[in-house]
Design a binder for this molecule. Sequence first.
Ligand SMILES: NC(=O)c1ccc[n+]([C@@H]2O[C@H](COP(=O)([O-])OP(=O)(O)OC[C@H]3O[C@@H](n4cnc5c(N)ncnc54)[C@H](OP(=O)(O)O)[C@@H]3O)[C@@H](O)[C@H]2O)c1
Length: 270
Amino acid sequence: MQYFKNKVVWITGASSGLGREAAKQLIPAGARLILSARRSAVLEEIKAEAPADAEIFILPLDLAQSENFAEAAARAEEHYGKIDVLINNAGISQRSYASETSLEVDRRIMEVNYFGTVALTKAVLPIMLKNGGGHFVTVTSLVGKFGFGVRSAYAASKHALHGFFESLHIELHARGIKVTLVCPGPVQTPISLHALDGSGNPSGQMDEMQAKGMAVERAVSVMLRAAAENRREVIIGNFKEKLGVVLKAWVPSLFFKLALKQNPRGQVKL
Ligand SMILES: NC(=O)c1ccc[n+]([C@@H]2O[C@H](COP(=O)([O-])OP(=O)(O)OC[C@H]3O[C@@H](n4cnc5c(N)ncnc54)[C@H](OP(=O)(O)O)[C@@H]3O)[C@@H](O)[C@H]2O)c1
């Protein structure tokens, strides 16, 4: 974790799950943090619980309100003088069949997960370029690699992030911009409770898949190591979940045969 020492690391979605755990692991690694999410009171709690010498700047942000991002990025730069790493982690999931999901919900998920992430990246990019480079660590999902039940809009938003950040990597690699795409399978966080149903309300249900997923501490430590090693992409999951990515790429007919048998809220069965 030497990579993060003294680096200014901006984490979105820092109030819960993977983002909150990333903050917890990056403090002892010596990172200087910017924490963003909508729930500023939770971010303040995280700061209050951190050691007194931890450098933490709280910057509340709603990813659906991109008109505020230029000002937010300017405040971050003013505070630390630079931004080295942006962990694009905030996101919202979905638990509803496409046929039962209003287009408004499709648009809301795209707005937060895709446009919000892209807009914040574009607000931070000039600051990184001015300083000779930087690193975008963007959390997508296994469903950024293949489609899955009750997640059509969510999967679309995560696939879109791959298209954007792979292109950004190709365009700006020579100017010191690094990109790491992080694709977790189910991780034990409250994401399914916050996931939207077809009408846009939180599902309020903890899925079996989530409850039995990877421990958040492990998932975050794999993510941060992959970033430190400057990997372009990391799949975080068990053998069956990783196999899904390989089958989709190399034997799609078998992938779809198996995918049709899965319960989209349950554990992966082969
Ligand atoms: N857990 C999994 O199984 C899993 C698997 C694959 C990928 N992922 C991805 O991992 C990332 C983190 O998810 P998680 O599991 O940690 O979920 P989580 O516990 O529900 O956390 C989501 C975070 O995103 C923030 N957020 C949601 N909407 C926002 C908005 N409009 N503006 C700003 N922040 C917003 C939330 O903060 P506020 O509510 O305070 O705004 C929260 O901090 C997401 O991108 C998710 O898609 C998770």
